[in-house]
Design a protein around this ligand. Structure first.
Ligand code: ATP
Ligand code: MG
Ligand code: MG
Ligand code: MG
Length: 469
């Protein structure tokens, strides 16, 4: 059986052998790109080469890129633990041509890799192309010998990639693996395509045009290639399992979580262990790339991920901080491929431990309040925004944590009510400071308060001084 580490090496080795420069993953925090929360695809570090703003030092490259899709345009946070194929943090394997080879060679290489090197049976594979892309359709037919019904034309934006409103763009072609009839879900383009039977393993983007203005698209003089394969999804296929969380890497992390809690990964606890394993990876890699928990921006996304995992640790009955104890298992699994994990191990452990200690001061009481506020609510009901806001403000529950906590019972949250409560509190805070005369101090205080959020000020509350917290 090929391990995740073997598959990563095999992919990079294959493209290296085929004239690609092996380039290291870039940071999860994109450089010089304030529009992007986290690196969410392999092409991010190469953006300027594709737009022509700078010239690539090599005509072809291959990477295994750290990606986070939690927050921002791509947000898979709510899928984690519930679909077989989504993580917040994952590795995207890719090959890139910067104005060098194009569609034909890209398809040839991809098909050779998965069917010859990886040995996937052709019968299990199907592909999609953009409905207008006859060229890709015939290439798949000729190179892969796929029958027409396994080359599905798709008309949606899923198969047309755009960097932004302007810039490089083009059709894509996605490769799917059929996990078998026993798993619910329809083929791509069908009404029930969101199931886990047909899983997208690889996306080939053919950067063919430049969007100059709305409605004005011209062919690029030197078309480029950008591809992304989910390493964990490929491992799932190659290891003969049907869920990303059953691959060697996740089994090791879940084993660590089971050992530390003494709770088997079964029944209702399975999702908790999976979420903990996923969020452990995302948190650790984000911390290794310099993100620290805070109440704004990237740091708040990190805090939300950490606290979600910590609620699940609590559900598993962990009485002491759990996540930091799993870091050695993660370092063992991934430290060789990503030495930054080894370098940052102490920082990662300490950040996780302190955050969990801090959140545990309010977590149990917050959950108590949540229980009280929702007893008697039935499936389809909504928790009022006031309570959700109190959980946020006093107990440090990010809104999405409350939503996730109620999801199993199919109870929603009044998010508009939450926003209103938040606004009201801000307005009250401003009003109570009006008239002190010291506008500079006021501005600083209010800015700080907005930035840090009220939970940071728990230390000043009456309860804290009474030693209850
Ligand atoms: P999906 O439709 O399954 O959400 P996607 O179309 O959003 O995937 P792409 O943006 O095309 O994904 O990314 C390229 C590849 O990265 C995908 O083909 C898939 O193998 C992998 N991938 C995407 N999102 C995730 C995720 N959240 N977790 C794990 N792998 C992912
Ligand atoms: Mg997606
Ligand atoms: Mg897709
Ligand atoms: Mg895709």
């Amino acid at each position: 059986m090929s391990s995740v580490n073997d598959i990563r090496s095999a992919f990079l080795g294959f493209y290296q052998k085929n004239g690609h420069e092996v380039v290291a993953s870039s940071s999860l925090v994109p450089k010089n790109d304030p529009t992007l929360m986290f690196t969410n695809a392999g092409m991010v570090q190469f953006k300027d080469y594709f737009t022509g703003r700078s010239t690539a030092p090599w005509p072809r490259a291959t990477t295994s890129q750290k990606c986070v899709r939690a927050g921002g345009k791509h947000n898979d946070l709510d899928n984690v633990g519930y679909t077989a194929r989504h993580h917040t943090f994952f590795e995207m394997l890719g090959n890139f041509s910067f104005g060098d080879y194009f569609k034909e060679r890209a398809i040839e290489l991809a098909w050779t890799l998965i069917t010859r090197e990886f040995g996937l049976p052709k019968e299990k594979l199907l592909v999609t192309v953009y409905h207008e892309d006859d060229e890709a359709f015939s290439l798949w037919k000729r190179i892969a010998g796929l029958p027409d019904e396994k080359i599905i034309r798709i008309a949606t934006s899923d198969n047309f990639w755009q960097m932004g409103d302007t810039g490089p763009c083009g059709p894509c072609s996605e490769i799917f693996y059929d996990h078998g009839e026993s798993i619910p879900g329809g083929p791509p383009g069908s009404a029930d395509e969101d199931g886990d039977r047909f899983i997208e393993i690889w996306n080939l983007v053919f950067m063919q045009f430049e969007q100059i203005a709305p409605g004005n698209r011209v062919p690029l003089p030197k078309p480029s290639i950008d591809t992304g394969m989910g390493l964990e999804r490929m491992a799932t296929v190659l290891q003969g399992v049907h869920n990303n969380y059953d691959i060697d890497l996740f089994r090791a992390l879940i084993r660590a979580s089971v050992e530390a809690t003494g709770v088997p990964a079964e029944g209702p606890h399975l999702a908790s262990h999976r979420i903990i394993a996923d969020h452990l990876r995302a948190s650790s890699f984000l911390i290794a790339d310099g993100v620290l928990p805070s109440n704004e921006g990237r740091g708040y996304v990190l805090r939300r991920i950490m606290r979600r995992a910590m609620r699940h640790a609590h559900l598993l009955g962990a009485v002491d901080p759990l996540l930091w104890r799993l870091v050695p298992a993660l370092v063992r699994e991934m430290g060789r491929a990503y030495p930054e994990l080894i370098r940052a191990e102490a920082l990662i452990s300490e950040t996780l431990r302190l955050e969990e200690i801090r959140f545990r001061r309010t977590l149990a009481r917050g959950l108590g309040l949540l229980d009280e506020a929702t007893t008697g609510l039935v499936a389809g009901a909504t928790l009022d925004g006031e309570t959700a806001f109190r959980l946020y403000d006093t107990y440090g529950f990010p809104l999405d944590l409350t939503q996730e906590a109620l999801r199993a019972r199919n109870i929603g949250v009044d998010t508009a009510g939450f926003a209103t409560a938040m606004e009201r509190q801000k307005a009250e805070a401003r009003a109570s400071w009006a008239g002190s005369g010291d506008t500079a101090a006021e501005t600083i205080w209010l800015t700080l308060r907005d930035r840090l959020g009220a939970t940071e000020f728990l230390g000043y509350s009456a309860e804290a001084s009474e030693g209850k917290l």
